[in-house]
Ligand binder design. Sequence first.
Ligand code: HEC
Length: 96
Amino acid sequence: MTRLAVFGSIVTIVGALTFAGMPSSEAGDPCARKDFKTTLVKNACQQGGQKAAKDAMKAFMKDKKIKDCKQCHTQLAPTYELKADGFEQFKKAGGS
Ligand code: HEC
């Protein structure tokens, strides 16, 4: 084998591994949070990143008849900072 061929196969292997190691790349960005207070958002983030968390949050709001994300969040993408009482409100609304 020539050096070039060896190099070529290494690139192929590394490429395949990288690809296999990132099954969630299709699900979009991971969540900004690394520590979760809620199982709702934790599970959603683990399964489908920020997009799934957003969908879970929307479903939660609809269910609880909350109209505005800004009721709990001071800002939305990309960090979704919470208000001081954001988690409190989430709990009160019946979230877990
Ligand atoms: C009742 C309060 C409340 C409302 C309303 C709310 N959220 Fe949240 N949201 C939270 C809490 C609390 C967390 C943090 C969860 C945790 O720490 O486990 C959170 C986390 C998130 C996250 C995860 C962000 C990350 O990357 O870490 C996203 C995305 C999000 N909310 C989107 C939304 C969107 C979009 C809306 C409006 C459709 C919304 N939220 C409305 C309480 C709320």
